[in-house]
Ligand binder design. Sequence first.
Ligand code: HAM
Length: 424
Amino acid sequence: MNEEVRAIRGVRDILPEESLKWRIVEDAARELFVRYGFGEIRLPLMEELSLFRRSVGNFTDIVQKEMYVFQDKKGRTLSLRPEATASVVRAFIEHRLFLTRKVTRLYYVGPMFRYDRPQKGRYRQFYQIGVELFGGKSPRYDAEIIMLAYEIFSAIGMPPVQVALNSVGCSLCKTSFAVELKSFLHSRRTNFCPDCLQRMNQNILRVLDCKVPSCRQELRDAPLFSAFLCDSCASHHAEVVKQLSKLNIPFYEDSSLVRGLDYYTKTVFEFLAQDDPNALCGGGRYDNLVANLGGPETSAIGFAIGMDRVCAALPDPSLEPSPVRIIFLGENACNAGCDLVVRLRKEGVNLVVDYDAESLKNSLKSASRESVGLVVIIGENELSSQSATVRNMTAGTQEQVAFTVLSHYLKEHLACIGRTHAEN
Ligand code: HAM
């Protein structure tokens, strides 16, 4: 036998039954995006590597360790996107979207790629649904964006989620915080891992992302951003807190939350399920990124929901009723029944045809094994009476139904089967 082909490590297929869950989440999110005035942007899966270096940050784990980087035939260094914010900002600048609207609201859905260690809830190809809002300075935008994410979780009936909130301030706050952090870390540098020692020289704030348990232990006594916010960032944060309380969004302040991407300023947040440290959604404000990538000074904020993690936490939905199955008995019936199949589909009946039926008994057996609700049998007798034999596989009953009213009959009975499925 030939060697069996397999998907590569860290990527996977989403089969139809699981896909149904994904569609429920996507549909709910898209409906809310439209209600909040967001338009969809479809982005390329690859970009120049330099885009991510300049946005996510050259010394972040994502850029240092997790990028899929390759050369194209012209020797350009490209990368599969590890996230979409950088691409949305690139598109915002490239298409001069800042000229068309005071506030631009964009959403995206699609796969991202990070060469992470695969484990539960962590894949190398994973999917995000996200939004980015450009041109909104007020802290009320921060609250509205968090509200939008919260509404998505409510709409899909997710078990309670908690919102962790923090502020990482502006460049001024970061500079004074970094000075304090540096003196703290240098006094204990022997206790940190080699990666952290390197981060201390390259981008000291990224030490706070380290996942090595001994470093995490040391970092418990590290200074916190909240003590270094300038007046303007502190009052922005206080207003976000006030607005979230007004909107009745359950959140808690987590002063150790820094997020692992360089572009954030002021508000950062994550959505978490109880008893699971893996965030379901992450986001924040990034008021300097548009200018850093060559655009005009533009405030911005957004989030991305991790579809894989959200769908894994959702209960299985009731299955859609399977399509009607038509069994033709003999070549004659098959030839004569082709027009009927075309007409039934045009009239809105979901159906599949068993063109290879060898015996009625075996075809019914496989229909039953595959939980088909309705089977339509057409042979010589049915052709001469111009009526099909319709078998209700759940009830074990059978009826003759005239070809002229068949589509109506099938749709009505399929709807009944669908209701029974949902009730069960
Ligand atoms: P992020 O926190 O890197 O933020 O990713 C957002 C979400 O994507 C995470 O909370 C998680 O649910 C999911 N995720 C990340 N990595 C993986 C993985 N390896 N496997 C499965 N799921 C994963 C961003 O990507 C920012 N661009 C979010 C943002 C938008 N900030 C502002 N605007």
